[in-house]
Design a protein around this ligand. Structure first.
Ligand code: HEM
Length: 458
């Protein structure tokens, strides 16, 4: 899938890694395997000393990004929330060096995120938003057996001594065909990171400065983003946001049936909502008919722009991927798309997508995506995306229309498909993914984890 960069090559992406890969946690750079199996474990620290001991025991088992392109298919990562840093006894001056949105947590930023109505934190699953989620440990693997072994390793580090307790565990895993909860192939596009040492498959745009994603390196503006202090704590770390969505599969299927009278029409509508066919084939490259071979081909399935589609007749301006990464689309509000990118690690939970699920009871089935996103300014980026590109349409001339996949829809919401001679405006769009929880974590470097095991140097 990925090819080794030639050290003699000319482009920036052809240089040897300049990132400290041994320090950066694996999840940041390593794509999840396909298929994948895993669990997110949420923990609470009741005693600072026990918490530090847990970090000390766990750290040797946390994988780094060294050789991230290789087929090492099982790893553990660890993220720590702001209340978790407090519970570990991190000194005040250091705590104060974290950004405000991280300090107060995702639930307290509901207004900035537009998390209202059904998405309001008061409706979230426990323990999200309670301030009690201190540590998140995730196990990723390419087989159920290896995943169970990785999980057992994590468990050995917290079991058997008091002061650290499990609040919740959420299993995740690929659906058949590596589809997400609404039946689409996902996880295709990732930003290419300069200095990461390997060449990504062909895609729109060049590599993005590492400092946009990892703390301590220059970002797109030429300077590193503000970093938590002391240096050893911040450098090579990043922020990871976690948003748990429950897919309303019944409502989604009913919407497709109400607006498409044949299977072909329904699949085309599903493709228009996202900008890709369910197979992953981009609509710009396969505008009329699905092309599963294209969808499965990493050399081709992300190598496109919107230059030949200035009116949105192939990919509607409001489609999920055109909103989330407008590429070369002319926007009504000028912005550099490279500074709003996120590393995404979607993880799907619950039963697989069922195209025949049509009832309201199907909307209540616990299935969906635990959406993980990473960046050196993840909180600011998600707030920007939620306000400007998800829950609004002005930036692409789509008025008050919202993202059809993850927008929180109002009564009477519409989705416009530009078409000749007249556009098609579809009514009855609903909130197809309901937010059930969210948290921000800091994903420290390996050295920072060692520091956190003894932050006061005592
Ligand atoms: C939980 C429900 C979600 C579903 C079902 C979903 C579905 C999809 C699908 C099918 C794709 C196309 C595959 C790809 O290009 O990798 C995609 C791409 C993408 N999604 Fe989502 N998504 C969800 C949540 C989110 C959220 C919460 C965000 C960000 C706030 C997001 C941001 C993106 C981005 C940036 C892309 C790549 C766009 C591109 O580069 O062309 N998604 N999503």
């Amino acid at each position: 899938m990925l090819s080794v960069k030639e050290s003699t090559g000319e482009s920036l992406s052809a240089q040897a890694p300049t990132l400290d890969l041994h320090e950066i946690q694996a999840t940041v750079l390593r794509p999840r395997p396909a298929p994948y199996f895993g669990t997110h474990v949420l923990l609470r620290i009741d005693d600072a000393q026990a918490g530090r001991k847990f970090i000390r025991r766990l750290t040797p088992h946390i994988a780094s990004s060294a050789n991230w392109w290789d087929a090492a298919k099982t790893w553990l990562d660890v993220g720590i929330s702001y209340t978790g840093l407090e519970a570990l006894g991190v000194p005040q001056d250091s705590l104060q060096s974290f950004p405000e949105a991280f300090r107060v947590g995702m639930a307290a930023r509901a207004r900035q995120l537009g998390d209202d109505g059904v998405n309001d934190p008061k409706n979230w699953d426990k323990p999200f938003g309670s301030g009690q989620v201190h540590i998140g440990v995730s196990a990723f693997s390419d087989s159920e057996e290896k995943h169970q072994r990785a999980l057992a390793v994590a468990r050995e580090q917290y079991e058997g001594f008091s002061g650290v307790g499990v609040l919740a565990m959420q299993d995740f895993g690929a659906q058949p065909g590596d589809l997400n909860a609404l039946g689409y192939k996902d996880g295709i596009d990732q930003p290419a990171i300069e200095g990461s040492g390997f060449e990504s498959p062909p895609a729109y745009g060049g590599p993005i400065k590492a400092g946009e994603f990892i703390l301590g390196y220059p970002g797109e503006a030429g300077i590193p983003l503000p970093m938590p202090q002391p240096d050893i704590l911040g450098r090579n770390g990043t922020y990871i946001g976690f948003r748990k969505y429950q897919a309303r599969v019944g409502a989604f299927n009913r919407f497709l049936r109400e607006n498409g009278s044949t299977e072909e029409e329904r699949e085309l509508l599903a493709a228009k909502l996202v900008g890709r066919w369910r197979s992953g084939a981009p609509l710009t490259l396969a505008p009329d008919k699905d092309n599963p071979a294209l969808g499965a081909d990493p050399q081709r399935n992300n190598n496109f722009d919107y230059a030949n589609d200035p009116h949105g007749r192939q990919v509607p301006f409001g489609a999920h991927i055109r909103r989330m990464n407008p590429r070369d689309t002319q926007l009504t509000r000028l912005t550099d798309v490279n500074i709003h990118r996120l590393i995404r690690r979607g993880t799907t939970y619950g039963p697989p997508y069922d195209p025949n699920a049509l009832s309201e009871a199907d909307d209540e089935v616990a299935r969906g995506s635990m959406f993980l996103f990473m960046s050196a300014k993840a909180m600011a980026t998600i707030e920007f995306l939620q306000q400007e590109w998800i829950n609004d349409g002005d930036f692409i001339g789509a008025g008050s229309e919202r993202d059809p996949i993850i927008g929180r829809q109002e009564e009477g919401a519409t989705f416009t498909i530009p078409k000749q001679p007249v556009r098609r405006r579809i009514h009855g769009i609903q909130t197809f993914n309901v937010l059930k929880g969210g948290e921000y974590f800091f994903l420290p470097s390996i050295s920072a984890l060692n520091w956190l095991a003894n932050p006061t140097g005592g």
